[in-house]
Write a protein that binds this ligand. Structure first.
Ligand code: HEC
Length: 245
């Protein structure tokens, strides 16, 4: 029911030379480097087609999940991905001698897009439906409703809004019962954050994490007080449905 249909380990595929033909792709207004960039890249839709049994997969009911080095896990519908002419960049043409990528400073930290960066030569970087994960290492195909099947609050109408907000704003970085991103900590088990945080403080933390922790890695997401409260209602509900080990 909540199985992963396929996992592509990009690092291994490139090591085994299974990535397919490369080409040069230009991205105007690149969302990582904030200028026009040129990359060596491979066709990502072909790679997914060649490495998975797409004819056996119900494309309309499948999502593609991207796993990044730091545990960040954005996702989008597989159908949208396949139609968007996606490419996986593996080398930055403008990189300095001896390096594969140009580095940039982000929040005071030196970073680059290695090892892989998902780009689209023909999609506007402003279109939020399309994900541009960098530091990409793996691609997974999963049922579109995997999160919903596992985490929807079946027994509480009151928690539904919070669930929807959590899925939209939090799950790329945080898991509940092991489902979701791992950039931030698991929030439900063995102890739920609602078991050890004072509720009012938890709401404030969600709105403005930097007011609690110096150099906090969780961004300020623009969550309103009302929405943060709804999310806490949902987290409290989930604390009664912890994953059993
Ligand atoms: C971009 C990734 C990211 C997103 C999105 C994100 N978080 Fe976080 N979150 C983190 C990280 C990283 C930490 C660890 C905090 C630190 O840097 O010390 C954290 C910490 C937390 C904590 C504290 C956990 C503890 O045990 O003290 C809570 C609660 C939390 N996040 C809730 C949320 C909620 C609710 C949302 C959605 C509205 C959210 N986060 C969205 C990355 C994220």
């Amino acid at each position: 029911m909540s199985q992963t249909e396929a996992t592509l380990d990009l690092v291994a595929l490139f090591e085994q030379n299974k990535q397919g033909k490369d080409t040069i792709i230009t991205v105007v207004d690149d969302p990582v480097y904030h200028k026009t960039k040129k990359y060596k890249a491979i066709n990502a839709a072909y790679l997914v087609q060649n490495e998975t049994n797409l004819s056996k997969i119900d494309i309309q009911n499948t999502k593609i999940v991207f796993e990044c080095k730091d545990g960040y896990k954005p996702e989008m519908p597989l159908e949208l991905f396949l139609k968007a002419k996606p490419y996986i960049a593996f080398q930055d043409i403008e990189a300095p001698e001896g390096a594969n990528w140009e580095s940039i400073l982000k929040n005071g930290i030196q970073m680059d897009a290695a090892p892989f960066y998902l780009i689209y030569p023909s999609i506007s970087t402003k279109d939020q439906q399309y994900k541009w994960p960098y530091n990409l290492i793996k691609i997974m195909l999963e049922p579109l409703d995997k999160t919903k099947v596992a985490l929807f609050p079946k027994n509480s109408k009151k928690a539904v809004t919070g669930y929807e907000l959590f899925e939209k704003n939090c799950i790329t970085c945080h898991a509940l019962n092991g489902i979701g991103g791992t950039m931030g900590p698991e929030l439900n088990y063995p102890k739920s954050v609602t078991d050890y945080w004072i509720e009012k403080q938890l709401v404030e933390y969600i709105i403005n994490p930097a007011a609690f922790r110096h150099n906090v890695k969780m961004p300020t997401l623009g969550i309103t007080n009302h929405d943060a409260k709804e999310i806490v209602v949902y987290l409290k509900y989930m604390s009664k449905y912890k994953k059993a080990d």
